[in-house]
Design a binder for this molecule. Sequence first.
Ligand code: FE
Ligand code: FE
Ligand code: MG
Length: 162
Amino acid sequence: MGTRGKQIVGESAKEIVELLNRALADEWLAYYQYWVGALIVKGPMRPNVQAELSEHAKEEFGHAGMLAERIIQLGGTPILNPAQWQKLSGCGYDEPKDPHVLKLLEQNIKGEQCAIVSYNTMLKKIMVEKDPITFHLIRKIMGDEVKHEQDLQDLEEDIKLI
Ligand code: FE
Ligand code: FE
Ligand code: MG
């Protein structure tokens, strides 16, 4: 842990770590939902949808890594037990019971929309807590989620035009 880097965040560190761990839980669940979705998806434009879901899985995994690194910088511990993912998650896990492309896209779009709202709320809190490093990180991740939503909605639009 970098001492000065942590010192400038001061007493807010604990609260920010809690927010980051909640986001970490969401990212792991999003990662798995995309990862398994890419394997089971069926229907029109399957290869395109698979490629997009796999790409997003990798990016959610990347987000989890960035969040965990920031948690450690703030003197916290990233979630150690996967049982905590469901408990702490704000956006939850939408089990892809129906493998049809449109159903999977719908579920994942809903997940991205939840992530966008939840990161937006987090940005406002972090602004108040005055942690510019976390603010910048969350803003970056939120930009990725906005792109994810658009990529999925573009695919959904194209499939519906077939
Ligand atoms: Fe993400
Ligand atoms: Fe995403
Ligand atoms: Mg994409």
